[in-house]
Design a protein. Structure first.
Length: 247
């Protein structure tokens, strides 16, 4: 996968310069409006895509976590030394089927057709293959979110989680299996923390972008308000002059 950059938009706060003085009053107006609302809308769209990815990722983690928890419940009885052979066979069969289902499920988790549990969004892949979410107006680093380093999702399979040789032939192997499962659950927990942190960050960016759009609309209305205020002052001044003349 080649390095991807999703749009490049940002907002800038409009400069304010002094307006014309009228009857001792100074008006301010917005000028040099370089912010394009379309760019801001696109930036929000990009952020929304990022939040959508986070949601899909978190759903995947929840399903993987559920599978690991179920396997843990099946491995636990193997610690009993008096577990009979038929019971062991049943547990081994269930565990094997569940881990196979885990690998199959991992293949189905995608975001807009792209896999993300295959290691392609891992920090360990080459920098040229990293995916970026752009939430600024240019390609500078501060305007981009590196999904590979933010999410850092390794390849997830039963084997990479250390469950490829899971066995309950004996209480000793069952205990080892429980330790491996606990480690796998800890891995998923850390991944969930990363995705949650990114989701919170994207929500904050989206709020800032929404505020920028509101500011832009306010800036657009400023020239009209400026003109109306000057006209109001002119009329008021004429009235005052007429009253003074009448006196």
């Amino acid at each position: 996968m080649n390095q991807k950059v999703i749009a490049n938009f940002v907002y800038k706060i409009e400069d304010i310069e002094s307006g014309q003085k009228v009857s001792g009053l100074e008006f301010k107006k917005f000028t040099n409006q370089e912010t394009d609302p379309k760019n801001l809308d696109q930036a929000i769209h990009n952020v929304s895509l990022g939040m959508e990815l986070v949601s899909v990722v978190e759903n995947a983690y929840a399903e993987i976590e559920a599978v690991l928890s179920q396997v843990k419940q099946w491995v636990t009885p193997s610690l009993a030394s008096n577990l009979g052979t038929p019971q062991k066979s049943d547990l081994e069969f269930n565990i094997c089927q569940k881990l196979r289902a885990l690998d199959q499920a991992v293949e189905t988790f995608k975001h807009r057709g792209q896999k993300f549990l295959d290691g392609s969004i891992s920090a360990s892949v080459h920098n040229d293959s990293h995916s970026f979410l752009v939430v600024g107006a240019n390609g500078s680093p501060e305007n981009r979110i590196n999904l590979n380093t933010s999410l850092n999702i390794p390849s997830i399979t039963a084997k990479t989680l250390g469950l490829g040789d899971l066995s309950i032939d004996s209480p000793q192997k069952g205990l080892k299996g429980l330790m491996v499962l606990e480690n796998a659950l800890a891995i998923i927990s850390r991944l969930k923390q990363r995705s949650a942190a990114l989701g919170t960050h994207l929500q904050e960016i989206k709020r800032h972008l929404a505020t920028a759009i509101e500011n832009h609309h306010a800036a657009n209305s400023a020239p009209d308000s400026y003109t109306q205020a000057r006209e109001f002052l002119r009329v008021a001044t004429d009235c005052i002059k007429k009253d003074m003349g009448a006196d």
